[in-house]
Design a protein around this ligand. Structure first.
Ligand code: FB9
Length: 390
């Protein structure tokens, strides 16, 4: 009826034409034979709707000879040689025009590991704050300097094999390398107390203190440096720092390895207080762009009081632990021979945590260790510790 082929009158159907011109069939035949361009626009729309045809774009370039067209490739010289100048042949030669925008070939050069780049930044911050770097070139340490000198009792859990790597050969440190009188004072303060302290009251054993280990913190180096300071004829205030590897027998995971780089700063002077400690920590982290710090009381075996350091993470909108700190105990300082009115404030953090944050590294095992892709070292951009939130 729509095509006016039939009409219905008094419920009777009447044919109105003798033959049908089936437009759909002719349209389909054109599609079938590929004569798409014979289709009307309506038919094309109909076919696209029925997904019988797709419409695509084809760009055709018409190429013709330009005025510089030639069949013989004229060799353009790319460099002017001393010989050309000497024999004058440069006169007959054509030179490729110099592309002043061409980038130079990047020279082959070494690349510093991200950790070492961040270490340099932290070292710079300590140096500009007037700190002197401590010599940390001994990964192997005696239990005496790593634990006993810090008044850490011999039965402390951190001293067993679950947390500490013990050296089998040589198993023991040379006892003559530990100053005898000092060793006796350490033994006494552990076992009986002294200097106003009741001590840890246990049977302190020399054999425990000569066991060689991989140092568990760079505070062992701080202890050695403070002992040397105490031997000076006259006490003078010092500011020391260290950034180096420490080893702990921990289960490894995406954020923990059996070793990490500890960053440690300390200030020794007469009459230092917790306020001085908070002040120097605020100054240190301000240079890293962190100005919103909070301090939370905590416990360390060798510092009292001790504080965890937190910084507000603008990105995560939460407080993040950025380090630990405290005032070294008198039971550590006085056996060394430091004057009674000298106190030592110190703080520590790791190098890996800020490095992973800076370089957006999720798994510490892609930063250090046997599975590191050296291309990562090559690709890493320069490290600048700017006013960036952690
Ligand atoms: O580094 C840590 N966090 C951190 C540091 C920096 C940062 O971003 C930079 C500022 C831009 C982001 C995070 N922490 C200490 C806190 C936590 O990551 C913690 O879970 C892991 N800690 C390590 C020890 O874990 C076995 C970090 C490491 C650490 C902890 C304590 C000390 C040193 C390193 C210390 C100390 C100390 C205390 C008193 C006296 C002397 C030294």
């Amino acid at each position: 009826m729509q095509e006016k082929w039939i009409e219905i009158n008094n419920q009777k159907v009447y044919r109105k034409i003798d033959r049908i011109d089936d437009k759909i069939q002719s349209m389909l035949k054109k599609v079938q034979t590929g004569n798409i361009n014979d289709l009307s626009d309506d038919q094309k729309t109909e076919c696209k709707k029925r997904k019988l045809i797709n419409e695509g774009k084809m760009t055709v370039y018409k190429v013709s000879k330009g005025e510089m067209f030639t069949l013989d490739i004229e060799r353009l010289e790319t460099e002017l040689t001393p010989e050309m100048i000497a024999n004058g042949s440069w006169r007959e030669k054509k030179f490729k025009s110099y592309d002043m925008d061409a980038l130079g070939i990047p020279p082959d050069a070494g690349h510093l590991h991200p950790l070492l780049k961040v270490r340099t930044e932290y070292r710079q911050i300590f140096l500009e704050m007037g700190f002197t770097e401590m010599p940390t070139n001994n990964f192997i340490e005696s239990s005496f300097w790593n634990f006993d000198a810090l008044f850490q009792p011999q039965q402390h859990p951190a001293r067993d094999a679950h947390d500490t790597f013990f050296i089998s050969e040589p198993c023991d440190a040379d006892i003559d390398m530990i100053p005898k009188e000092y060793l006796q004072r350490v033994k006494k303060v552990h076992s009986q107390g002294g200097y106003g302290s009741q001590g840890h009251k246990y049977d302190w054993k020399i054999e425990e203190s000569t066991k060689n280990i991989l140092r568990t913190h760079t505070t062992a180096v701080s202890a050695r440096m403070l002992y040397e300071l105490a031997q000076q004829k006259e006490f003078k205030p010092v500011k020391y720092f260290s950034i180096d590897r420490v080893f702990r027998n921990e289960t490894t995971d995406s954020t923990h390895l059996a070793e990490f780089h500890q960053i440690e700063g300390l200030v020794a002077d007469r009459g230092l207080t917790l306020g001085n400690l908070m002040g120097v920590i605020n100054e240190f982290f301000k240079k890293l762009g962190l100005t919103k710090l909070r301090f939370k009381p905590t416990y360390n075996p060798y510092t009292e009081p001790s504080m965890e350091i937190f910084s507000f993470h603008d990105g995560l909108k939460k407080w993040v632990e950025v380090g630990n700190s405290g005032v070294f105990r008198p039971e550590m300082l006085l056996p060394m021979g430091l004057p009674e009115d000298v106190s030592v404030i110190a703080w520590g953090l790791s190098l890996e945590r800020p490095t992973m944050i800076k370089y957006k590294i999720q798994d510490i095992r892609t930063l250090i260790g046997p599975r590191v892709d050296l291309q990562m070292v090559y690709n890493n951009p320069l490290c600048r510790v700017e006013k960036a939130a952690i």
